[in-house]
Design a protein around this ligand. Structure first.
Ligand SMILES: [Zn+2]
Length: 267
């Protein structure tokens, strides 16, 4: 009995005590880990962070995006995400593929502006629809949610998500746009990028419509998604028109978690 225990302990140690073995967290998540891979302890998973209640220009984890990589000055990303993006940008450029960041970090206040312009009809929805024609607030919120997040629930709060080149799926379906999209699908994951909003269907029945332009640095965003799964509170979604519909719509389950499983921590 004693010898069995000793052999068992040694076998356990071979798997668990070898300092050169992969960290346990890596085995648990099954994620590909681009280097440098941030330690989970370095990632702020507070509800304040998850809901975008901070100024990225003042946050130590964030850096300004160079206008070489963006369509305008003043965009911010997490440092880890931007480092990974620059590696991907360089690799793509060698194959004649050019990426331009059209949108990066948007905090709660920024997202509130987008949402309320749509809510009030100042910005029309796709197809020219005026949201104010929808008297039922839940229906109005759902119409906006086809492509825009409720403030407090956007992945763009996290500094891990970027919109590239064009806000049109059609652009990415022919010619140069298709080359860019095909490159991202093939090579994006090796730099840590996944497409959270893939085509709706059996694998992704709920959430936002497909967005071929939106890519996420999943070594960090998968951890933030798990944090949102356990910490996000729909009753804390407040401070903008229509926020009271968040719980009825089930924002957490359908929108925050309604993403491509390739962007999730694998259990
Ligand atoms: Zn986006």
């Amino acid at each position: 009995m004693k010898s069995i225990l000793i052999i068992g302990a040694c076998l356990w140690c071979l798997h668990s005590c070898n300092p050169s073995a992969e960290p346990a967290a890596e085995k648990e998540t099954g994620l590909e880990r681009p280097s440098p891979y941030p330690a989970q302890a370095d990632i702020d998973t507070s509800l304040t962070y998850l809901m975008g209640h901070f100024d990225p220009s003042q946050h130590e984890a964030f850096v300004l995006v160079d206008t070489l990589h963006a369509d305008r000055p003043g965009l911010f990303l997490r440092r880890d995400t931007y480092t990974a993006f620059k590696s991907m940008y360089e690799a793509a450029a060698k194959e004649g593929i050019q990426f331009t960041i059209r949108s990066a970090t948007r905090n709660f206040e920024y997202q509130k502006g987008i949402w309320e312009r749509k809510w009030s009809g100042t910005t029309k929805l796709e197809g020219g629809t005026d949201a104010t024609t929808m008297a039922d607030y839940r229906e109005r919120a759902l119409a906006i949610l086809r492509y825009s997040s409720m403030p407090g629930s956007s992945r763009h709060h996290w500094g891990t998500d970027i919109d590239l080149n064009s806000f049109s799926n059609a652009y990415f379906e022919t010619g140069q746009g298709k080359q860019e999209y095909d490159w991202l699908v093939e090579h994006g994951p090796s730099f840590g990028f996944c497409q959270p909003y893939t085509a709706k269907g059996k694998a992704r029945p709920e959430g936002y419509e497909e967005e071929k332009w939106h890519w996420s640095y999943y070594p960090v965003s998968a951890i933030l998604t798990e944090a949102a799964r356990s910490k996000f509170r729909e009753d804390r979604v407040e401070g903008f028109s229509g926020s009271e519909t968040a719980a009825r719509i089930r924002i957490l389950e359908r929108y925050i978690l309604g993403i491509n499983s390739e962007c999730l921590v694998k259990h």
